[in-house]
Ligand binder design. Structure first.
Ligand code: SAH
Ligand code: SF4
Ligand code: F3S
Length: 486
């Protein structure tokens, strides 16, 4: 695990080591030269801003980027009027790309005001050759571009970009490497994401992720456990195990292990209080996992189980490898075995060839499973995926109508589900002072529901009993019931 290294002890005049992570430590030390020169010239250290688009895996990658920036001497800031700004991008739907292009113009303006400023782009969108062409042509002010497979080389790339005039681009097509022990700057002191695997092998026909994140690779269980133990020692009480399909974790390791077995090991870590994970593909969700969740004292009562569509015909076209009936049976079994669990989902509307009948099937599943929350997406055509070449792309008006109906229904089921616990006392992890009312703090229940209650910053990071007095649709207001239960 990365210990606070004394970078100044590394001899920067020698040739860089070949092995990782020593090589990156060497380049971190070298980056210091630039940072020190900047500090001397400007009378202050340079400021760095990391902006994240996309999923929790990207958020975790951003913490790694900021970890390196801080280790080499940058001061973190949320403002993009900084000396180094990096966008960690997403390309899962076209609007994610458009948001990046939309904001780049602003960065260009900042850079004109501050000619020392460096702009970098990384993440999933950079793995698409058409994006790189567009950036080269229309956004020449960008200093550094790299992708998802070589993110562990960030220190080396940063160093190279300090020594290069103009745009530096380094994109790899794939990697089988997992580099451990690089610094991380965690956003929250009390909770953390942990990558347990990278990439995806599922190739759902609409999805770009397998193309931009590469093949599935699991981390060694001992590395994961070591990382969590260390986090707990630093004060973390909740971890979120991250992977595109955690249910296939460990299958390709030299010594295979199941996700359920990994969870059993994580559960044993003393001091760790809550375990979450994301995302579970229904086709791989095992009996063993349900059993482990049922018995666990630490695994949160929340399962994100993406449905995508309720129509077996569309599911087949999507290459999801389950039917409507299989999904329903699974969801029913989970609700039966773990009655207090919250089930949430992702649904796509407007997949090529989707008819009004197909949408009815989806609505039927929503009514039956009664999701506690659902993320609904309008299908976005991703060039290079099989679905992009399918005939019968659905006209936008039809998609919009279906989307609105679905949204209304998921809001109804979510309201109904969330309200079930009104009047009860449940444990909440207090996460932050409420943004709009500083006399309140915001906590999260095991089932992922939010509760606002009177309190102050000293409660942050504690798991406290809270009375769920009033349900306001998707969240509760309540009181800390600590005294009553003591
Ligand atoms: N690995 C996760 C999902 C990662 S992407 C899983 O399989 O569940 C997050 C969500 O984005 C997906 O669940 C899907 O609902 C949505 N999504 C992916 N590709 C999309 C596309 N081309 N158009 C619209 N939504 C998409
Ligand atoms: Fe995409 Fe499917 Fe992999 Fe999820 S499981 S990342 S939806 S290909
Ligand atoms: Fe987006 Fe990449 Fe995540 S495409 S959803 S950031 S894996």
């Amino acid at each position: 695990m990365y210990q606070k290294l004394d970078l100044d002890k590394i001899n920067r005049n020698e040739a860089p080591p070949q092995e990782e992570p020593a090589r990156q430590y060497y380049f971190m030390a070298k980056c210091r030269n630039w940072v020190n020169a900047f500090t001397q010239e400007n009378g202050r250290p340079p400021r760095a801003c990391v902006t994240t688009f996309g999923c929790q895996m990207n958020a975790r990658d951003s913490e790694k980027l900021m970890g390196i920036l801080e280790a080499v001497g940058f001061c973190p800031t949320d403002s993009e009027q900084a000396d180094f700004v990096i966008y960690n991008t997403c390309t899962v739907r076209d609007n994610a790309n458009q948001r990046v292009y939309g904001r780049l113009g602003e960065l260009n303006r900042y850079k004109k005001q501050n000619p020392q400023m460096k702009v970098a782009l990384c993440g999933c969108m950079m793995q698409e050759p058409t994006v790189i062409e567009k950036l080269k042509k229309s956004y020449p002010f960008i200093d550094l571009i790299f992708g998802t497979h070589n993110i562990y080389k960030f220190a080396e790339l940063l160093c190279a970009s300090f020594e290069t005039e103009g745009m530096l681009i380094d994109i790899w097509e794939d990697t089988d490497k997992i580099v451990e022990d690089l610094p991380v700057d965690r956003k929250y002191p009390f909770k953390s994401g942990i990558n347990i695997m990278f990439g995806c092998n599922n190739f759902c026909s609409y999805c770009i992720v397998p193309y931009v994140r590469g093949r599935e690779r699991s981390r060694e269980p001992k590395e994961i456990l070591r990382e969590i133990e260390r986090l707990v020692a630093e004060g973390v009480v909740e971890v979120m195990l991250l992977g595109q399909n955690v249910n296939s974790y460990g299958k390709n390791l030299d010594e295979p292990i199941t996700f359920a077995e990994l969870l059993r090991e994580v559960e044993k870590i003393e001091g760790l209080q809550r375990i979450r994970f994301m995302t579970s593909h229904p086709k791989d969700l095992s009996e063993e996992l349900i059993e482990v969740m049922k018995q666990s004292k630490k695994i949160c009562r929340h399962l994100h189980l993406p449905l995508q569509s309720g129509s077996t015909r569309i599911l087949q076209q999507m290459n999801r490898r389950y039917t409507k009936e299989q999904y329903l049976e699974l969801a029913e079994r989970i609700r039966r075995e773990i009655p207090d669990i919250a089930i949430t989902t992702d649904i796509i509307v407007g997949f090529p060839g989707e008819t009004a009948e197909d949408l009815e099937e989806t609505l039927d599943v929503v009514r039956r499973v009664k999701y506690d929350n659902a993320f609904t997406f309008i299908y976005s055509k991703r060039t290079g995926t099989p679905a992009a070449a399918m005939p019968d792309q659905v006209p936008p008006e039809q998609v919009k109508e279906g989307f609105d109906r679905l949204l209304k229904l998921v809001q109804e089921t979510a309201r109904e589900q969330v309200a079930k616990y009104q009047g009860q006392v449940m444990e909440a992890l207090i996460e932050e002072v409420n943004e709009s009312d500083a006399s309140l703090v915001t906590g999260r229940l095991s089932n992922n529901t939010i509760v606002h209650l009177p309190g102050d910053a000293s409660m942050i990071g504690q798991i406290l009993p809270v009375s769920l007095d009033e349900c306001h649709g998707f969240y509760y207001t309540g009181y800390c019931a600590y005294k009553e239960t003591k």
